[in-house]
Design a protein around this ligand. Sequence first.
Ligand code: FES
Length: 147
Amino acid sequence: MSQVLEYSEKVMDHFNNPRNVGEIENASGVGTVGNAKCGDIMRIYLDIQDNVVKDAKFKTFGCGAAVATSSMATELIIGKTVEEALQITNKAVMEALDGLPPVKVHCSLLAEEAIHAALWDYAQKNHIVIPGLKPPVKDIEEVSEEK
Ligand code: FES
């Protein structure tokens, strides 16, 4: 028996019309994170200039909630400084989407971790340290266990 999940209008909007889909050539940072349990993968590209996220794009091979959270995450991160971008949590992305069904909360973790992985890649490429940024995970199961 399958359960019918209730999604907010914002989730449905971002799923049906995802913003910022695609790639950025010569991106400042690229982050890829997967979820081994469902097999979904999210990749986020960032264009960072003068410590500000000028552009963000994503490619998500995943469920509707993962597509909607990546779309919203890119919207939230554009225009932010690197430090502000680091503060964008999966909770903030969910709130901006008016919530997610409990069984889909883990999908939003992909967005938070993909942003962190892209920031990490940016920091590595530029030989800088972003205070508070931890090395990225390849699979969100590694973080969801801790939370
Ligand atoms: Fe895999 Fe949503 S079910 S990310």
